[in-house]
Design a binder for this molecule. Structure first.
Ligand code: VTB
Ligand code: MG
Ligand code: MG
Length: 327
Protein backbone atom coordinates (compact mmCIF):
# COMPACT_ATOMS: atom_id res chain seq x y z
CA UNK A 1 0.00 0.00 0.00
CA UNK A 2 1.16 3.48 -0.83
CA UNK A 3 2.83 5.13 2.13
CA UNK A 4 1.10 8.42 1.39
CA UNK A 5 -2.09 6.78 2.68
CA UNK A 6 -0.86 7.68 6.17
CA UNK A 7 -1.60 11.34 5.76
CA UNK A 8 -4.87 10.63 3.99
CA UNK A 9 -6.00 8.53 6.92
CA UNK A 10 -5.12 11.21 9.44
CA UNK A 11 -7.45 13.53 7.56
CA UNK A 12 -10.21 10.98 8.00
CA UNK A 13 -9.83 10.74 11.78
CA UNK A 14 -9.18 14.47 12.16
CA UNK A 15 -12.45 15.27 10.45
CA UNK A 16 -14.38 12.79 12.60
CA UNK A 17 -12.80 14.27 15.72
CA UNK A 18 -13.49 17.87 14.72
CA UNK A 19 -17.07 17.04 13.78
CA UNK A 20 -17.86 15.45 17.14
CA UNK A 21 -15.72 17.46 19.57
CA UNK A 22 -18.30 20.24 19.97
CA UNK A 23 -20.59 17.65 21.61
CA UNK A 24 -18.30 17.34 24.61
CA UNK A 25 -20.24 17.22 27.85
CA UNK A 26 -23.62 17.68 26.24
CA UNK A 27 -24.84 14.27 27.29
CA UNK A 28 -25.76 13.47 23.70
CA UNK A 29 -24.01 10.22 22.76
CA UNK A 30 -26.05 9.67 19.62
CA UNK A 31 -25.57 13.19 18.28
CA UNK A 32 -21.83 13.04 18.86
CA UNK A 33 -21.58 9.63 17.23
CA UNK A 34 -23.58 10.71 14.19
CA UNK A 35 -21.40 13.81 13.77
CA UNK A 36 -18.25 11.68 13.91
CA UNK A 37 -19.66 9.23 11.37
CA UNK A 38 -20.67 12.05 9.01
CA UNK A 39 -17.24 13.63 9.32
CA UNK A 40 -15.42 10.40 8.70
CA UNK A 41 -17.59 9.38 5.80
CA UNK A 42 -17.24 12.68 3.96
CA UNK A 43 -13.44 12.46 4.05
CA UNK A 44 -13.37 8.83 2.96
CA UNK A 45 -15.08 9.71 -0.28
CA UNK A 46 -11.97 11.53 -1.47
CA UNK A 47 -9.57 8.64 -0.81
CA UNK A 48 -8.15 6.85 -3.82
CA UNK A 49 -8.82 3.38 -2.48
CA UNK A 50 -11.53 0.83 -3.06
CA UNK A 51 -12.29 0.06 0.54
CA UNK A 52 -14.86 -2.22 2.10
CA UNK A 53 -15.91 -1.56 5.67
CA UNK A 54 -15.50 -4.85 7.56
CA UNK A 55 -15.70 -3.38 11.05
CA UNK A 56 -18.19 -0.56 11.10
CA UNK A 57 -21.23 1.02 12.61
CA UNK A 58 -23.55 -1.96 12.19
CA UNK A 59 -25.36 -3.99 9.57
CA UNK A 60 -26.92 -2.60 6.41
CA UNK A 61 -30.47 -3.35 7.58
CA UNK A 62 -29.97 -1.03 10.53
CA UNK A 63 -29.29 1.58 7.84
CA UNK A 64 -26.40 3.35 9.50
CA UNK A 65 -23.62 4.94 7.51
CA UNK A 66 -20.26 3.21 7.37
CA UNK A 67 -22.15 -0.08 7.70
CA UNK A 68 -20.41 -3.40 7.35
CA UNK A 69 -20.03 -4.08 3.65
CA UNK A 70 -20.23 -0.42 2.61
CA UNK A 71 -17.78 0.42 -0.14
CA UNK A 72 -15.90 3.64 0.48
CA UNK A 73 -13.27 5.66 -1.36
CA UNK A 74 -13.16 6.88 -4.92
CA UNK A 75 -10.90 4.11 -6.20
CA UNK A 76 -11.91 2.46 -9.45
CA UNK A 77 -12.35 -1.26 -10.06
CA UNK A 78 -8.92 -2.91 -9.93
CA UNK A 79 -7.46 -0.16 -7.79
CA UNK A 80 -6.06 -0.73 -4.31
CA UNK A 81 -8.60 -3.01 -2.61
CA UNK A 82 -8.54 -2.74 1.15
CA UNK A 83 -10.52 -3.75 4.21
CA UNK A 84 -11.40 -0.94 6.56
CA UNK A 85 -12.18 -0.96 10.26
CA UNK A 86 -13.67 2.21 11.71
CA UNK A 87 -14.81 3.54 15.02
CA UNK A 88 -15.55 7.20 14.28
CA UNK A 89 -16.19 7.89 17.95
CA UNK A 90 -14.65 5.28 20.22
CA UNK A 91 -16.04 6.21 23.63
CA UNK A 92 -19.46 7.82 23.16
CA UNK A 93 -19.92 7.92 26.96
CA UNK A 94 -16.59 9.66 27.29
CA UNK A 95 -17.48 12.55 25.04
CA UNK A 96 -21.02 12.81 26.42
CA UNK A 97 -19.51 13.40 29.85
CA UNK A 98 -16.30 15.17 28.81
CA UNK A 99 -14.17 12.34 30.16
CA UNK A 100 -10.67 11.62 28.82
CA UNK A 101 -9.58 9.34 25.96
CA UNK A 102 -12.41 9.57 23.41
CA UNK A 103 -10.79 9.04 20.00
CA UNK A 104 -11.70 8.78 16.34
CA UNK A 105 -10.01 5.76 14.83
CA UNK A 106 -9.54 3.95 11.54
CA UNK A 107 -7.46 0.97 10.46
CA UNK A 108 -6.89 -0.51 7.03
CA UNK A 109 -5.28 -3.64 5.66
CA UNK A 110 -5.21 -5.43 2.31
CA UNK A 111 -8.48 -7.13 1.37
CA UNK A 112 -9.11 -10.22 3.48
CA UNK A 113 -6.53 -9.39 6.14
CA UNK A 114 -8.75 -8.17 8.99
CA UNK A 115 -10.79 -10.57 11.11
CA UNK A 116 -14.48 -10.00 10.41
CA UNK A 117 -15.42 -9.63 14.04
CA UNK A 118 -19.08 -9.66 15.01
CA UNK A 119 -20.51 -7.19 17.47
CA UNK A 120 -19.90 -9.40 20.51
CA UNK A 121 -17.41 -9.32 23.34
CA UNK A 122 -13.81 -10.47 23.08
CA UNK A 123 -11.46 -11.43 25.88
CA UNK A 124 -8.19 -9.57 25.31
CA UNK A 125 -4.61 -9.31 26.44
CA UNK A 126 -2.31 -6.63 25.01
CA UNK A 127 1.29 -5.62 25.62
CA UNK A 128 3.90 -3.36 24.09
CA UNK A 129 6.96 -4.38 22.01
CA UNK A 130 9.24 -5.32 24.90
CA UNK A 131 6.79 -7.92 26.18
CA UNK A 132 5.95 -9.33 22.76
CA UNK A 133 5.76 -13.13 22.95
CA UNK A 134 5.82 -13.16 26.75
CA UNK A 135 2.09 -13.44 27.49
CA UNK A 136 -0.55 -16.13 27.09
CA UNK A 137 -4.24 -15.25 27.32
CA UNK A 138 -5.02 -18.64 28.88
CA UNK A 139 -2.34 -18.42 31.56
CA UNK A 140 -3.14 -17.27 35.11
CA UNK A 141 -3.01 -13.50 35.63
CA UNK A 142 -0.05 -13.78 37.99
CA UNK A 143 1.99 -15.74 35.46
CA UNK A 144 1.40 -13.10 32.79
CA UNK A 145 2.31 -10.30 35.16
CA UNK A 146 5.53 -12.07 36.12
CA UNK A 147 6.37 -12.56 32.46
CA UNK A 148 5.73 -8.90 31.69
CA UNK A 149 7.76 -7.78 34.70
CA UNK A 150 10.67 -9.93 33.52
CA UNK A 151 10.43 -8.70 29.94
CA UNK A 152 10.38 -5.07 31.10
CA UNK A 153 13.05 -5.60 33.75
CA UNK A 154 10.69 -4.28 36.43
CA UNK A 155 9.49 -5.56 39.76
CA UNK A 156 5.94 -6.85 39.58
CA UNK A 157 4.96 -4.01 41.97
CA UNK A 158 5.98 -1.56 39.25
CA UNK A 159 3.93 -3.18 36.48
CA UNK A 160 0.75 -1.24 35.63
CA UNK A 161 -2.28 -3.10 34.31
CA UNK A 162 -5.05 -1.23 32.55
CA UNK A 163 -8.52 -2.74 33.03
CA UNK A 164 -12.00 -1.55 32.07
CA UNK A 165 -13.99 -0.82 35.23
CA UNK A 166 -16.70 -3.47 34.95
CA UNK A 167 -18.15 -6.08 37.32
CA UNK A 168 -17.16 -8.78 34.84
CA UNK A 169 -13.53 -8.00 35.65
CA UNK A 170 -13.79 -8.48 39.42
CA UNK A 171 -11.73 -11.69 39.37
CA UNK A 172 -9.00 -10.20 37.17
CA UNK A 173 -8.78 -7.14 39.39
CA UNK A 174 -8.52 -9.29 42.51
CA UNK A 175 -5.82 -11.47 40.97
CA UNK A 176 -3.80 -8.45 39.85
CA UNK A 177 -4.01 -6.99 43.35
CA UNK A 178 -2.97 -10.29 44.90
CA UNK A 179 0.01 -10.42 42.57
CA UNK A 180 0.98 -6.94 43.78
CA UNK A 181 0.84 -5.03 40.49
CA UNK A 182 -0.67 -1.57 40.00
CA UNK A 183 -4.01 -1.03 38.29
CA UNK A 184 -5.39 1.75 36.17
CA UNK A 185 -9.16 1.41 35.78
CA UNK A 186 -10.89 3.15 32.90
CA UNK A 187 -14.58 3.64 32.26
CA UNK A 188 -14.65 3.29 28.48
CA UNK A 189 -12.48 3.05 25.41
CA UNK A 190 -10.35 -0.06 25.29
CA UNK A 191 -8.78 0.80 21.93
CA UNK A 192 -7.00 3.75 23.57
CA UNK A 193 -6.17 1.50 26.54
CA UNK A 194 -4.64 -1.22 24.36
CA UNK A 195 -2.74 1.38 22.35
CA UNK A 196 -1.33 2.83 25.58
CA UNK A 197 0.56 -0.43 26.27
CA UNK A 198 2.66 0.31 23.19
CA UNK A 199 3.93 3.67 24.45
CA UNK A 200 6.17 3.73 27.51
CA UNK A 201 5.32 7.34 28.35
CA UNK A 202 1.73 6.33 29.20
CA UNK A 203 3.02 4.22 32.09
CA UNK A 204 0.74 1.36 31.06
CA UNK A 205 2.32 -2.07 30.61
CA UNK A 206 -0.49 -4.52 29.91
CA UNK A 207 -4.22 -4.53 29.21
CA UNK A 208 -6.45 -7.34 30.46
CA UNK A 209 -10.18 -7.89 30.19
CA UNK A 210 -13.24 -8.30 28.04
CA UNK A 211 -14.39 -5.58 25.64
CA UNK A 212 -15.88 -5.23 22.18
CA UNK A 213 -14.63 -7.63 19.49
CA UNK A 214 -14.66 -4.93 16.79
CA UNK A 215 -12.51 -2.75 19.05
CA UNK A 216 -10.22 -5.77 19.49
CA UNK A 217 -9.48 -5.94 15.78
CA UNK A 218 -8.87 -2.20 15.56
CA UNK A 219 -6.50 -2.31 18.54
CA UNK A 220 -4.70 -5.29 16.99
CA UNK A 221 -3.78 -3.19 13.96
CA UNK A 222 -2.30 -0.55 16.26
CA UNK A 223 -0.29 -3.14 18.16
CA UNK A 224 0.88 -4.75 14.94
CA UNK A 225 2.21 -1.40 13.75
CA UNK A 226 3.77 -0.74 17.17
CA UNK A 227 5.48 -4.14 17.32
CA UNK A 228 3.47 -5.06 20.41
CA UNK A 229 1.40 -8.15 20.98
CA UNK A 230 -2.22 -9.03 21.47
CA UNK A 231 -4.36 -12.13 21.78
CA UNK A 232 -8.13 -12.44 21.84
CA UNK A 233 -10.85 -15.00 22.35
CA UNK A 234 -14.35 -14.21 21.09
CA UNK A 235 -16.83 -14.13 23.93
CA UNK A 236 -20.40 -14.40 22.60
CA UNK A 237 -22.98 -14.07 25.38
CA UNK A 238 -25.89 -15.96 23.81
CA UNK A 239 -26.82 -18.46 21.11
CA UNK A 240 -27.97 -15.51 19.03
CA UNK A 241 -24.49 -14.00 19.26
CA UNK A 242 -22.91 -17.32 18.35
CA UNK A 243 -25.17 -17.25 15.31
CA UNK A 244 -23.87 -13.82 14.40
CA UNK A 245 -20.31 -15.14 14.56
CA UNK A 246 -21.35 -17.80 12.02
CA UNK A 247 -22.89 -15.15 9.78
CA UNK A 248 -19.55 -13.37 9.77
CA UNK A 249 -18.00 -16.56 8.42
CA UNK A 250 -16.43 -17.72 11.67
CA UNK A 251 -16.42 -21.43 12.42
CA UNK A 252 -17.03 -23.01 15.83
CA UNK A 253 -13.27 -23.40 16.08
CA UNK A 254 -12.67 -19.71 15.25
CA UNK A 255 -15.07 -18.73 18.02
CA UNK A 256 -13.33 -20.88 20.60
CA UNK A 257 -9.67 -20.58 19.71
CA UNK A 258 -7.06 -18.10 20.81
CA UNK A 259 -6.84 -15.47 18.11
CA UNK A 260 -3.24 -14.40 17.77
CA UNK A 261 -2.18 -10.98 16.53
CA UNK A 262 -1.78 -12.54 13.08
CA UNK A 263 -5.29 -14.01 13.23
CA UNK A 264 -6.69 -10.59 14.08
CA UNK A 265 -4.74 -8.83 11.34
CA UNK A 266 -2.88 -11.11 8.96
CA UNK A 267 -0.70 -8.61 7.07
CA UNK A 268 2.08 -6.25 8.09
CA UNK A 269 0.98 -3.99 5.29
CA UNK A 270 -1.54 -2.16 7.45
CA UNK A 271 -2.20 1.39 8.61
CA UNK A 272 -3.72 2.78 11.79
CA UNK A 273 -4.74 6.35 12.57
CA UNK A 274 -6.36 7.91 15.63
CA UNK A 275 -7.18 11.49 16.57
CA UNK A 276 -7.93 12.60 20.11
CA UNK A 277 -11.39 14.03 20.72
CA UNK A 278 -11.26 14.59 24.47
CA UNK A 279 -7.92 15.04 26.21
CA UNK A 280 -6.22 11.67 26.64
CA UNK A 281 -3.18 9.86 27.99
CA UNK A 282 -1.49 9.65 24.62
CA UNK A 283 -3.37 12.13 22.46
CA UNK A 284 -4.49 15.63 23.28
CA UNK A 285 -8.13 16.40 22.64
CA UNK A 286 -9.52 18.84 20.09
CA UNK A 287 -8.55 22.31 21.23
CA UNK A 288 -10.57 25.34 20.13
CA UNK A 289 -8.19 28.23 19.59
CA UNK A 290 -10.75 30.91 18.80
CA UNK A 291 -10.74 32.86 15.57
CA UNK A 292 -12.32 29.86 13.79
CA UNK A 293 -9.32 27.69 14.47
CA UNK A 294 -9.05 24.30 16.14
CA UNK A 295 -6.07 22.10 16.87
CA UNK A 296 -5.99 18.31 16.63
CA UNK A 297 -3.48 15.72 17.78
CA UNK A 298 -3.23 12.38 15.99
CA UNK A 299 -1.06 9.32 15.74
CA UNK A 300 -0.63 7.45 12.48
CA UNK A 301 1.31 4.25 12.08
CA UNK A 302 2.33 2.02 9.23
CA UNK A 303 2.89 -1.67 9.83
CA UNK A 304 5.27 -2.36 6.99
CA UNK A 305 7.92 0.08 8.18
CA UNK A 306 6.81 0.50 11.79
CA UNK A 307 6.92 4.28 11.44
CA UNK A 308 4.89 6.10 14.07
CA UNK A 309 4.02 9.72 13.47
CA UNK A 310 2.33 12.19 15.74
CA UNK A 311 0.56 14.85 13.78
CA UNK A 312 -0.46 18.14 15.34
CA UNK A 313 -2.63 20.17 13.01
CA UNK A 314 -4.28 23.56 13.12
CA UNK A 315 -7.49 23.73 11.12
CA UNK A 316 -9.31 26.75 9.78
CA UNK A 317 -12.89 25.74 10.43
CA UNK A 318 -14.30 28.36 8.06
CA UNK A 319 -11.96 27.70 5.13
CA UNK A 320 -11.93 23.94 4.85
CA UNK A 321 -14.80 22.80 2.63
CA UNK A 322 -15.16 19.31 4.08
CA UNK A 323 -15.30 20.78 7.55
CA UNK A 324 -17.78 23.51 6.79
CA UNK A 325 -20.05 20.81 5.36
CA UNK A 326 -20.00 18.63 8.45
CA UNK A 327 -19.70 21.18 11.24
C1 VTB B 1 -16.52 -2.12 24.94
C2 VTB B 1 -15.17 -1.47 24.70
C3 VTB B 1 -15.32 -0.08 24.11
O1 VTB B 1 -17.51 0.06 25.06
O2 VTB B 1 -17.13 -2.40 23.72
C4 VTB B 1 -17.41 -1.19 25.73
O3 VTB B 1 -14.44 -2.27 23.80
C5 VTB B 1 -18.79 -1.75 25.95
O4 VTB B 1 -18.69 -2.53 27.10
O5 VTB B 1 -14.07 0.54 24.06
P1 VTB B 1 -19.85 -2.61 28.16
O6 VTB B 1 -20.88 -3.51 27.55
O7 VTB B 1 -19.21 -3.20 29.35
O8 VTB B 1 -20.34 -1.23 28.44
C6 VTB B 1 -16.29 0.76 24.91
O9 VTB B 1 -15.76 1.07 26.18
C7 VTB B 1 -16.58 2.08 24.17
O10 VTB B 1 -17.08 1.84 22.89
MG1 MG C 1 -18.59 3.60 17.51
MG1 MG D 1 -16.46 1.69 20.19
Amino acid sequence: MDRSLSLELVRVTETAALASASYMGRGDKEGADQAAVDGMRSTFSGLSIKGTVVIGEGELDEAPMLYIGEVVGCGEEGELEVDIAVDPLEGTNLIAKGLPNAIAVVAIAPKGCLLHAPDTYMKKIAVGPKAKGAVDINAPVKQNLEAVAKALDKNIEDVTVIIQDRDRHADIIREVREAGARIKLFSDGDVAAAMATGFEETGVDIMLGIGGAPEGVIAAVALKCLGGDMQGILHPMSEEEVGRCREMGLSKEDVEKVLTLDDLVSSDDCFFAATGITQGDLLKGVLYLGNNQAQTHSVVMRGETGTIRFVEAIHRLDKNETLTEVL
